[in-house]
Write a protein that binds this ligand. Sequence first.
Ligand SMILES: [Mg+2]
Length: 337
Amino acid sequence: MELALKSYTLRLKRTFGISRESYDSQDSLIAALTLDGKTGYGEATSNPYYGITVPGMITEIEGIRAEIAGFDFREPSVFHEFLVDKGLSNFSICALDLAAHDLFGKLQDKPLYEIWGTDISNYPISNYTIGLDSIETMAAKIREKPWPIYKIKLGTDHDLDIVRELRRYTDARFRIDANCAWSAAETIANAPLLKELGVEFLEQPLKADDWEGMEQLAHNSVLPVIADESCIVESDVAACALHFHGINIKLTKCGGLTPALRMISEAKSLGMKVMVGCMTESTVGISAIAQLLPQLDYVDMDGALLLTEDIATGVQIREGGEVIFPRTGGSGVSLIA
Ligand SMILES: [Mg+2]
């Protein structure tokens, strides 16, 4: 298999803020794997919270370039196992695993959702994320992007005021993501009013390892709680089942579609809701997430919508959330930049 790596700085339409940081651009690595005249693409973004940089990922992947070139590619999960054995970070594995899946589908001329035996006639609508900012700016973002479901980033000392104010501008469903910024007591106290304001669930209100707090929430929160920072890899799913109503899987954190598929089926067997989220990826990463849609309860795949310029074609999300799947195999990605 022939390997190519390309790095990009994806510019955002607007500054994107969460409780611990804010940014105007997102560095991203695209991996391309070519075999028998077909090329598959995968993506992984940099992430300061997890200590991941694009140069770091390139160094790791370059270290096994010769082995990838000589790899007898038949099936993505076997390739994934080889990457895990090589000790790469999950972010680097994600870029290569997504490329391997896209390639696998293109070689068969079948979209991944079809290879996995799923039907795309029914799928959840993606939320559109409103980053943390001044109330005025957050309200302006809602007014300029009418959408049926918003995920609202919180983590200030006036979070309830923000939600109350935003409710004035839309009847849409709200989801709240506090990115670890709340205490258990605060969450339990906020939940009834948030529920009244049309909030569907709370995503990771507490610190990733605050299991004691999580235990309190599991019994006392009037809103369902979904794990994000507490659910990184496959082995976290079972632990989260005891404390959360569902999990938000990120392909970059868990290491791609191969482990994500296993996490989805494990979470479902444990009676949990399943969401897949994005990390401000371009259409390369989003098209991979979209293949999982029929298997999900919730999805957050608005990453490419937040960019000033996309670098690929593939799965498209129309205004209002309708998803258009390309007629090509794999994730259906082609690079345009
Ligand atoms: Mg989150």
